[in-house]
Ligand binder design. Structure first.
Ligand SMILES: Cc1cc2nc3c(=O)[nH]c(=O)nc-3n(C[C@H](O)[C@H](O)[C@H](O)COP(=O)(O)OP(=O)(O)OC[C@H]3O[C@@H](n4cnc5c(N)ncnc54)[C@H](O)[C@@H]3O)c2cc1C
Length: 320
């Protein structure tokens, strides 16, 4: 079985979500990786150390800035030449954008947002959350056509790089006919903290914070433990937080190591975005709040008292 991992990268660094793809159980598969963009040579070493036997670099100034269209064109030409059985991409905003496009253009089978993958001989099976995370569907591919699979970030740990390994490197040229879309400008986010989709720890606040200013309690706690700040939709709708922080069905889907929900009731639409977190902590004054049914650890208490104490404890532990 031949597996191709599509490498996401920024400023010469692989994304964490890409590194994680190498941590999936790929059995005896022959693992290839492809990077698309400009100045790609630095990526070959890390990709080889993570487990790629061969790294394909599609370098072209026209690919310097990501657009789904240009990446789709480049990969649409390269993938039939390599003829992998499975194409793996991270279920990031980029992966969500280009994977369906790629699957359609290559007439491939598609499974997105998978949280488990099994390769047994020629049989590929994936599991993906459905019904807002209330159930998991097992997807079996019924023929031997190409399979495009995106994997939810933080589903598996990335492997430790093996410095003794290196990959064969191949430069690939593609033709990029006229583009219908062009990237005009990237406006950097004002967020000084990690994004909720990338963070290992998230501290989320709900409507109960009562104001944008009160969210400083959540921010202080998040900063003391290196976490991202998340928000329920009610807090976003009330104008306490920007939409980029919203976790849930109509916000972002996250899967951190630790999710700390402060004054969040645990509505089904919120749970849809954080249910697969590895450890869930809830702080709520209402012992009957639905979030406690999912939480591994619960504190029944007023967040305005509990959260500053946790911040204090974290700062003392950090020695600052
Ligand atoms: C189509 C649709 C999509 C939606 N998408 C999303 C989504 O993506 N994300 C999302 O979050 N919601 C979403 N919602 C909204 C969702 O149904 C809930 O309304 C929302 O999640 C509630 O936010 P909350 O928990 O902050 O507020 P509330 O439900 O009002 O809960 C506040 C909680 O804080 C507790 N509390 C109050 N004071 C304190 C205190 N001092 N200390 C500790 N605890 C306290 C209360 O006991 C309560 O449990 C969606 C709804 C619909 C219909």
């Amino acid at each position: 079985m031949k597996v191709l991992i599509i490498a996401e990268h920024k400023n010469g660094q692989l994304s964490e979500a890409t590194r994680e793809l190498f941590g999936l159980s790929l059995g005896q598969a022959e693992v290839h990786a492809v990077a698309v963009g400009e100045n790609l040579k630095l990526l070959a070493g890390p990709l080889g150390q993570l487990g790629a036997a061969k790294v394909h670099l599609i370098g072209d100034p026209a690919l310097a800035s990501y657009t789904g269209e240009s990446l789709g064109q480049a990969l649409g030409q390269f993938i039939p030449q390599l003829a992998p059985d499975v194409v793996l991409a991270a279920h990031t905003p980029q992966g969500k954008d280009f994977a369906p496009r790629l699957a359609t253009s290559l007439d491939a089978a598609l499974a997105t947002d998978c949280i488990q993958l099994s390769l047994a001989g020629a049989q590929v099976t994936a599991r993906r959350p459905v019904y807002a995370g209330k159930a998991t569907a097992e997807v079996e591919f019924t023929d031997d056509s190409l399979k495009v699979i995106t994997v939810r970030p933080r589903t598996v740990k990335p492997p430790e790089p093996d410095a003794t390994r290196s990959a064969e490197v191949a430069e690939v040229a593609v033709q990029l006919p006229g583009q219908k879309t062009a990237l005009k400008e990237i406006i950097a986010s004002e967020n000084v903290r990690p994004d909720v989709t990338e963070a290992a720890i998230i501290v989320t606040g709900g409507r109960s914070l009562g104001s944008a200013e009160n969210f400083s309690i959540i921010e202080d706690f998040a900063d003391s433990i290196g976490a991202a700040v998340g928000s329920s939709r009610a807090a976003v709708d009330a104008g306490y937080r920007p939409y980029r922080d919203q976790v849930g069905q109509t916000g972002k889907v996250v899967s951190p190591q630790v999710y700390i929900a402060c004054g969040v009731s645990g509505a089904i639409q919120h749970l849809a975005g954080m249910r697969t977190s590895k450890h869930i902590v809830a702080i709520n004054t209402d012992p009957e709040a639905p979030i406690f049914q999912l939480a591994d650890y619960g504190i029944v208490g007023d967040l305005f008292e509990v959260v500053p104490q946790l911040t204090e404890a974290a700062k003392n532990r950090n020695g600052s």
